[in-house]
Ligand binder design. Sequence first.
Ligand SMILES: Nc1ncnc2c1ncn2[C@@H]1O[C@H](COP(=O)(O)OP(=O)(O)OP(=O)(O)O)[C@@H](O)[C@H]1O
Length: 800
Amino acid sequence: MMNHMDASSLAGRTPKFVVEVLYNFFPSDKQHLTLTQYEKVKVIETHESNWWIGERANGEVGLFPANYVRRVQDITEESPRHKEKTFQKPVSYDPNKNKKTKEEQLQKRKQLASQLGLGGLDLDDLLSEDEDDVLSSEDEQEKPPQPTTLTKQSSTASLKSQPSLPSQQVTTTINPQNAAGKFVTEEAYEKKKKELQEALQKQLEDQKTKTRQAEEIQKLKEELQKAKAEVDEARKVTTPRTTPRGGATTTTASQSVVDLDKKQKELERDFEKKKKDLEKEFEKKQREADQELEKKKREMEKEIDKQAEKKQKDFIKEAEKQNSASSEMQKTIEKLKQKNTQLEEKVVTLDKSIVDMKQKHTKELKEAADKLKEQKEGSLKHAQLKIVRMKKQIQAVKLENEYLKVETQEMQKEFLASLHKISSTGLKKLMDGYKDLEEKYKKELKERRLLYNQLQDLKGNIRVNLRVRPLLPEDGQTENCIECVDDKEVKVYDKEAKKSYKFEFDSVFGIDSTQAQVFEDVKPLATSILDGYNVCIFAYGQTGSGKTFTMEGPPNNRGVNYNTLDEVFFMIKERKGEYSYEVEVAVMEIYNENLHDLLTKDKTKLEIMLSNKVSVPGLTRIKVNSSDDVRKVLSQGYENRATGSNNINAHSSRSHCIVSVFVEGVNLYTQQKLSGKLHLIDLAGSERLKRTDVKGDRLKEAQSINKSLSALGDVISALSSKKGHIPYRNSKLTSLLQDSLGGNSKMLMFVNVSPTVESCPETLCSLGFAQRARTVELGKAQKNIVSQGTASTSGSNSNN
Ligand SMILES: Nc1ncnc2c1ncn2[C@@H]1O[C@H](COP(=O)(O)OP(=O)(O)OP(=O)(O)O)[C@@H](O)[C@H]1O
């Protein structure tokens, strides 16, 4: 098959004949011609494979299938292939080789007649066919092959009803490679050949029989000839002896002649009879052979008709199938074209709508940006107004407070002055009034604190609460150097320096403050953890100032750690149905600048990984589902801390204990995910040790504590001066608290102080440290939003 159809390479060739295409032909490549039904194609080259090269009317040259065409016009002489259509036996034949002239045939006849000695006996009738048969019997194999053509009038009569049939099939040459229809198979050809050979064999045998008969006749003739010669001889002998003396002999001779004549006549009669018998028998056999041949011929024609009809039907079926496939294909192409047009239209529409959407989106974005700007400006103004209003309210509350103080004092005076005058009922009345007044005062204080906290939230200050522990029996005979002026102010009297100092804090809890009161200020932070904030609460102060009491608390009077986690679980319960939370707890200790896991017995040092987030690989985090779980986990941690030390009190004052709570929350409506982290830290004692007083391990411990607390101080002062670099990495403590000290977290610091005069210098140091921390403005804290979920979160982002 040709790989490339180039019109120019075939231009010089002469078209052989023209064919008409019977069915549509749609090729899948460019080498083949796309042909439609009844299209005329000039055949340039034919191939055995039945893929011919043709040229279309538009000059296009390519391959096409020869099976589905019919020849309609010759252009040059018949192609070699066309000649092949005649069935030929594969023998060479020289038509002149055995050509016998009429004269030769006549000569032969005469020769034979004279051999027979029949003289005038006419053997023409006998030899008219026999001679040819005799001749042909010798040369049968040399006979020229005759094309065997069957006229298919009978079969085509039924096929003519098919309009699409090629006309050349009306007369079909028995040829295994019939290009028009190919409906005569190789088997049919072989069968026919065999039949013809058999017929030929039969003819040959007939000829042999005839030859045998002819030989017999010849023999008879010779006998006749011999007898005739004897008769002649006898005649010659008898004729001179015809005398009266020899009358008997003559009579005998005459008798012999008569006998001989008689015999001759008998012989002639026999011969005649035998000849006639032979002729009859020959004719009979001839008839039978003819009949047989005729019968075979009819059978074969029938068979061929049958096969032709079957092949024709198959061919029509196949053609119809192809035709319907091609029309299906055309339909599909048409459909695809339509779909393509529709798609193109859709693309145009989509392009248009994208442009429209873009314009709309840009417009909306601009509007939203404007609106946001307005809102921002509005909310800033609103916050400022709120601050002013709050300040006024605080002022008013302060005035009210002052007024109440004065009123109380006056009432007290009045009460004392009129005490002896009034009756017991009057006293009760007065007491009730006083209680009522006290209630009002407490309520006012609570409201004032709430407002104050809101203000602090807005400002983002580190909140600092002061707690003064009561004097303890172990303090011995000593004086109190601290006076809590009110819930925010404290006065410290330095006996040595004979000086008093005033400090103001966010909350001041005096010697008689309860754990519940202290926790009241912490409570909102528990909610903040669930809202996705990082919270850090720590207790700072000298050894024995009440840090552990405030944070951990004795078993019967639990402090911030337990109360905060209780509150966390209380809030989780409250939010059930709206949020789903997971809480994990870890307990650690920093001792001598080494971080240890307190939830395992393993004392391996833990490392802190700092990237965007702080992480401690290998740290044990236990999932807790209730306050009871929390109690178990914390007890385990504190137990491990105690187990590792000889003197737990001494040890606890020289190490930082950290309880970390990790909260993951999902809003069940919006699927927004939040993560909050809480660090509850009981710091080591902050007292400064004189270098001369400490040696060895104590010195190392003191240096480590000093390092971490100064690092904490440095971080706080860097945050307060809003420096770009915050030195978190200077200690294990500040490294661990990096994401909870500063920018997006909430901080609460408890400053614990001892009221004893002896502790006064340390107390002043602690209060100075706390005072500085209080000035730090972190700005508004930010939520940790892990993922936004499906909420329409305009205005709810990580800055909330
Ligand atoms: N508010 C308080 N009410 C009653 N007792 C208190 C209070 N604060 C502290 N104490 C008692 O004071 C003592 C010292 O307190 P605590 O152990 O909490 O101090 P600390 O600062 O944690 O010391 P260290 O850091 O050395 O452990 C304890 O006996 C404790 O019970």
